[in-house]
Design a protein around this ligand. Structure first.
Ligand SMILES: [Zn+2]
Length: 379
């Protein structure tokens, strides 16, 4: 149904008057917002501010996927819910709060976890997805299903004092989440908010950026966060932007995709990491002892800009086969990536090409930051 079919009452004209007066929104734009259907995955730290502002802005239908109950420890950041809601379903508390803000909108609860079995059906009812999930399985699934369905997936993630956001919509240009983060970390290695902590205000900022991007896409105004990864450091109070490109080799949005239907996380986490490896402690000891080691970073340039280990040489995995002649067969090579998956592939490739003294850095730069050098930026 086009936006033209949606009319506004006098009450709505008053409610949205600050929108209606802006030429970028106006009557047509407000009716577009009313016609829009946005799915929020999660009613937590990111989903809370996103859904609150989307409701206030008059998004006609807001779907929410969540299965959790409100816990007292959620209230430090999940501002959809109040103290009186502790113990209730987040979906119930979210619905009450959003309808209180704006009774003109439709709030659609989806009481489940997003899974390979249900993701396609749920996302089919919406035009835009806001990924407010706090775990990798859901994040990859939301990305993949949105790529299949050619719908924008608005990504947000938070960690302690840092957050990032991007709009993944390969059908409109730019990369998908998997182009940027091809190697999912093994399930047991991933800290969540409970283990790592997060400043309560931080998801507020990132979730609101996600809401703004959704509204811009609906209005067709401005420049969406496509092909750009926006990083926010609350301690330094700095926004940085990284240009990111679609990877033609991407298994989901690439030229020859190998993933063409939703898959559950464990299926693609089972990558061969069974290659000779060294721990971050061992590498630190060797470096401190000034042993001769060539450290190779097989991540993408934008990742190297965010965080790097001193003296590591950047050779993105895709370029490695063509740059073997730059490497010394006699040297001890230690290869690292973000979490150790891509570098394991690199070690396989190098060993297959006759390099014998090659090791994978277990856990990648992520673990280096956790266990050796906390000044190395996590992302
Ligand atoms: Zn991709």
């Amino acid at each position: 149904m086009g936006a033209g079919a949606f009319t506004m009452t006098n009450d709505e004209r008053v409610r949205y008057s600050r929108h209606l007066i802006m030429p970028e929104v106006g009557d047509e734009g407000q009716r577009r917002l009313k016609a829009a259907r946005v799915l929020c995955i999660g009613a937590g730290g990111l989903g809370s501010p996103a859904a609150l502002y989307l409701a206030a802005a008059g998004i006609g239908k807001i779907g929410i996927v969540d299965l959790d109950d409100v816990d007292l420890s959620n209230l430090q950041r999940q501002i959809l819910h109040g103290t009186k809601d502790v113990g209730r379903k987040k979906l119930d508390s979210a619905r009450d709060r959003l309808r209180d803000i704006n009774p003109n909108i439709d709030v659609a609860p989806h009481e489940c976890r997003l899974s390979a079995a249900n993701a396609g059906d749920i996302i089919a009812d919406y035009e835009i997805v806001i990924d407010g999930s706090d775990n990798f399985p859901t994040r990859y699934l939301s990305n993949d299903v949105c790529v299949f369905a050619r719908k924008p997936n608005i990504y947000g993630a938070v960690f302690r004092f840092d957050g990032q956001s991007a709009v993944f919509a390969p059908h409109l240009g730019g990369p998908c989440y998997r182009c940027l983060f091809p190697d999912p970390p093994p399930p047991e290695s991933v800290p969540n908010c409970a283990q790592a902590g997060v400043l309560g205000v931080l998801p507020g900022i990132i979730g609101m950026i996600q809401a703004i991007e959704a509204i811009k896409l609906i209005l067709g105004k401005g420049e969406p966060l496509i092909g750009r990864l926006l990083h926010f450091d609350a301690l330094k109070m700095k926004f940085r932007e990284f240009n990111v490109r679609r990877d033609p080799q991407c298994p989901v949005c690439g030229d020859q995709p190998t993933i063409t239907a939703p898959i559950d996380y464990e299926q693609f986490c089972r990558v061969a990491t069974d290659v000779p490896a060294i721990s971050v402690q061992e590498l630190k000891r060797k470096l401190d002892a000034r042993e001769s080691i060539e450290l190779i970073d097989v991540r993408e340039p934008f990742e190297n800009e965010i965080a790097r280990i001193d003296n590591a040489r950047l050779i993105p995995l895709g370029e490695l086969p063509g740059r073997l002649n730059e490497l010394d067969h006699e040297s001890c090579l230690v290869v690292h990536c973000h979490t150790g998956m891509r570098s394991a592939q690199a070690v396989q490739l190098l060993r297959g090409s006759g390099f014998r003294n090659v090791f994978n850095l277990e856990g990648g730069i992520d673990r280096w930051s956790d266990e050796i050098d906390p000044t190395v930026q996590k992302y």
